[in-house]
Design a protein around this ligand. Structure first.
Ligand code: AMP
Length: 583
């Protein structure tokens, strides 16, 4: 039987094993799990436990459990596990032995060779320790490759032209950013930077602190003194974090968390994505600073980078994608599962060593961005049709994302939802693919929360639903062929069609029109002024027209935002121009 070389991503938080079979990369599952938590422990019966079970016992019996052993690799140190001392290599070898076993069970044959990935910053001593861990586990380490190299391999190696790729890798406990050069299947790491103590665990910790504080305030109990309750909070915090990657709010409910003064303490709390993003902002800033240091190390700037690849589970956090989009000006790639792409790259490297052909790792992704429009700021001006992306281009299908929106004026009982496909920050330059009204909303001050969920399946069916958060009032529509609708038809034609549609209708009144309900005298006067100004467009210079259009846009934004002070100011300026032109 031919020797098989497996690929292993030996991670700080999770590890995975993979193999190439008939040209296809497979992540080998244990049960239904593709990831093995990198935890090792000794259970009540004195047996070694690895993975999920060890992770579960960590919070309750930390003295019998080891986590994040990768951080100690290469150090002349020992860890104590149930009164026995072990080297980091030995603990890592326990994880590798388990991964080897998972692969052998799946393949039905013994496995003795592996490619193992290591961080680009690993020193010789750390690499040597990893090799030794492999040997202890009965694995000949055929090659050790850098994690960013593996990630880049998972995204394909075919192109002949040189490409500069930035690999942003944010896992549970570590952050690494590398600039790599790819050409003809050869991947070279140009520079690397990062933080060995920054990752999703820190994000969880922020939520945990918030929950501890909340319980202290509402029940006057210090949860830190209750290890089982802390274990539950830790789990709940991570689950809330997962939810917030896909939706704007997460409800955290932990009943009978603990007993205090003879009474049960229940936790019930809503956490918003905005509040959560605030908690982790400093960490994200630190990763962006590190990204610039890595670019500098490679003597490049953001504009030299052709692609950004997202690696590590924590990159599912939406504000990370947004920050990188802002920095580089294009969408980062995450089509290959960010948790698994390093392991996939390891298997691809293993297949290359054994002379096997490898197909590219193809996944179904959406070629377009889908979203809606809202009042916002565009080019520094208030604008009522700012495009708000909800499902981003290149997202893996099926996909479902929720965002929250607020009503824009008091007693607004109707909202019009318009769905667009495209990339332009101005929604009117994108393609409108559906619209509907949600009527009968609560008559409350502006700021009533409406959540909008977009669910896109593999067949291109887009389900859109809007829910008034307070009451659960829901309205939904289905848009068929959302993926293929405009493939055959040029986007320009579609745009023209939509633009001409708007030509017949003032786009400013497509949004729910507050003026019919609540026009103040200032707003009525401003509207008359706008009509008057537009009447002059034919007769004036392009320069004057441009000034007036800018002012009209500002005024429209002020009207939408009911900003009377701003409206007065811009109205006065427009009056001055009209006066000057007419005199
Ligand atoms: P890794 O070390 O690459 O396996 O990444 C593990 C980290 O990713 C952990 O901190 C997880 O909590 C985090 N993570 C996994 N899925 C998500 C998600 N959907 N949103 C935010 N963080 C996630």
């Amino acid at each position: 039987m031919k020797d098989i070389i497996i690929g292993i991503d030996l991670g700080t938080t999770n590890s995975e094993v993979s193999v190439v079979e008939q040209g296809k990369v497979t992540i080998i599952k244990e049960g239904d799990k593709k990831m093995l938590p990198s935890f090792v422990g000794i259970d009540d019966a004195g047996q070694v436990i690895v993975g999920e079970t060890a992770r579960n016992q960590y919070l309750v019996y930390p003295e019998r459990t080891i986590k994040s052993i990768k951080r100690l690799m290469g150090q002349d140190t020992q860890v104590v596990l149930a009164d026995q001392a072990y080297t980091p290599q030995e603990i890592s070898a326990i994880i590798l032995t388990r991964l080897k076993g998972i692969a052998e069970q799946y393949l039905g044959q013994a496995v003795s060779k592996a490619v193992i990935t290591v961080p680009a910053y690993f020193s010789d001593a750390q690499r040597q320790a990893t090799r030794e861990a492999g040997e202890i586990a009965g694995l000949e380490v055929m090659r050790m490759i850098n994690e960013p190299t593996a990630a880049a391999l998972a995204y394909g190696t075919e192109q002949a032209e040189a490409k500069q790729v930035l690999v942003y890798d944010l896992g549970g406990g570590t952050f690494d950013v590398s600039v790599v050069n790819m050409q003809d299947g050869v991947v070279e790491v140009l520079s690397s930077h990062g933080d060995n103590h920054l990752g999703g665990d820190d994000f969880d910790q922020q939520i945990i602190e918030y929950l501890i504080e909340h319980i202290q305030e509402t029940h006057n109990v210090d949860v830190r003194q209750h290890s089982k309750a802390m274990a539950r909070l830790t789990r709940a915090a991570e689950e809330a974090k997962f939810l917030l990657s896909d939706q704007p709010y997460a409800q955290i409910n932990e009943e009978y968390l603990l007993e205090h003064d003879g009474a049960a303490v229940h936790l019930s709390l809503e956490l918003s994505r905005i509040a959560y993003e605030d908690m982790i902002e400093d960490y994200i800033n630190a990763t962006i600073d590190a990204t610039h240091i890595a670019l500098k190390g490679a003597k490049l700037t953001a504009s030299d980078i052709d692609e950004v690849i997202l690696v590590g589970g924590s990159t599912r956090t939406p504000c990370i994608r947004e920050r990188l989009l802002n920095e580089f000006g294009f969408e980062p790639h995450s089509e290959v599962d960010p948790d698994l792409c390093v392991a996939m790259g390891a298997a691809i490297q293993a297949a290359m060593i054994s002379g096997q052909e490898v197909d590219t790792v193809l996944v179904d992704v959406t070629p377009y961005t889908y979203g809606t429009s809202a009042i916002g700021v565009l080019d520094g001006q208030p604008y009522p049709f700012m495009f708000v992306p909800i499902i981003h281009k290149n997202s893996v299908l099926p996909n479902r994302k929720t965002e929250a929106f607020l009503t824009s004026y008091d007693n607004q009982d109707t909202v019009e939802i318009i769905i667009y496909q495209g990339e332009d920050p101005d929604a009117l330059n994108n393609v409108k693919i559906g619209e509907f009204l949600v009527e009968g909303l609560l008559e409350v001050p502006r700021g009533n929360v409406i959540t909008l969920t977009l669910g896109l399946d593999l067949n291109g069916i887009l389900n859109v639903s809007a829910v008034e958060k307070e009451t659960g009032l829901e309205k939904s529509i289905t848009i068929k062929n959302a993926l293929s609708q405009f493939e055959g038809e040029s986007l320009d034609t579609a745009k023209q069609r939509i633009t001409s549609l708007f030509g017949q209708m003032d786009p400013r009144i497509i949004e729910e029109e507050p003026s019919t309900v609540s026009d103040t005298p200032e707003i009525t006067a401003a509207r008359e002024l706008i009509t008057k100004a537009e009447g002059l467009f034919e007769k004036i210079s392009a320069e004057d027209k441009e000034d007036m259009v800018d002012l009209i846009e500002t005024m429209t934004g002020c009207i939408e935002a009911q900003d009377i002070e701003g409206l007065d100011k811009s109205s006065a300026q427009l009056t001055d121009i009209i006066y000057y032109l007419e005199s």
